[in-house]
Design a protein around this ligand. Structure first.
Ligand SMILES: [Zn+2]
Length: 294
């Protein structure tokens, strides 16, 4: 039964039984003020997969730790290219799409002269580094507190990696920008200190995109006078639009054999061993635990 249906994904590709797909982290109505304004992830009827409270009856159960999942109406579904491997596709609809959204939200035209500062070398931070480099960004510096993760930042395209507080990083940025300051800062470390450090490195006309601080955090020190006189842009970016899912999918398809994505996966676990997987993720910051359903 059903009076309204479609066999195409949101990009217009025909779907057939057996196709592999990815989907946005949310379902949205497509009609409310937020949806019409390009913020479907803030829809008044928003449903977020893996974020809803689960009742005793199982209502709200919607996460990926399951053999099957029922997608709600209003979920942007995207057919995956045949060439993309399952493990490569896994992070597309979270970390990679989020990084793609941040760069899009910045409105920065990244080119050979651009200097980008990425706060945090986790999955989304690495995605941002690699995406920016692929878009032609001249220089990328990453601040990452965990020195064990520095090498992989370089492997994903960062030109330099430093621990926050290292004066050599500031000297490096000053040298790259001739004391001008960086064009764009992407905050993915999830701390006010990181956001502050990034904000303080912006050039006149520069842009700070915040995405990591998704919980109540201490306030930033911002002098409104500086925002005005230096024409700064400070913008929040939470989740992403469907178009970012397309960008992320194409990017992953292009880079799955060129970048060491596989090394970000620390272990593959069966659904029955999900507790082990959770413990592994806790014990190995910066490494992903993948649950294999079949
Ligand atoms: Zn809506």
């Amino acid at each position: 039964m059903g009076a309204s249906f479609s066999n195409t994904d949101f990009s217009g590709q025909t779907l057939k039984l057996g196709d592999r797909v990815t989907w946005a982290i949310y379902a949205h109505c497509g009609e409310c003020a937020f949806c019409r304004d390009g913020l479907p992830q803030k829809c008044v009827q928003l449903f977020k997969y893996g974020h809803e409270a689960v009742s005793d009856t199982g209502e709200g159960s919607s996460g990926g730790m399951a053999s099957y999942i029922m997608l709600k109406s209003g979920t942007p579904i995207l057919k995956l290219p045949d060439t993309i491997r399952d493990h490569s596709a896994t992070p597309i609809n979270c970390a990679v799409a989020t990084a793609a959204a941040m760069i899009r939200e910045s409105d920065c035209k990244l080119d050979a002269h651009s200097v980008l500062l990425v706060m945090g070398g986790g999955y989304a931070g690495l995605s941002a580094v690699a995406l920016a480099k692929k878009q032609g960004c001249g220089r990328v510096l990453v601040f990452e507190t965990n020195m064990e993760l520095h090498k992989r930042c370089l492997e994903f395209g960062a030109d330099e990696v430093f621990v926050p507080g290292d004066q050599a990083a500031i000297e490096c940025l000053n040298k790259w920008t001739h004391q001008r300051g960086v064009d764009l800062v992407l905050e993915l470390a999830g701390s006010t200190d990181a956001a502050q450090l990034g904000l303080d490195q912006l050039r006149t006309g520069g842009c700070l995109i915040l995405a990591g601080t998704v919980f109540p955090s201490p306030p930033l020190r911002i002098d409104p006078d500086q925002i005005v006189r230096r024409c700064l842009t400070i913008k929040g970016s939470h989740n992403y639009r469907p178009e970012d899912l397309i960008t992320a999918t194409r990017f992953m398809c292009d880079t799955q054999d060129k970048l060491p994505w596989g090394r970000l996966v620390g272990g593959v676990f069966s659904l029955e061993d999900c507790n082990e997987a959770i413990q592994f993720a806790k014990d190995h910051p910066g490494q992903r635990a993948i649950l294999q359903m079949c």
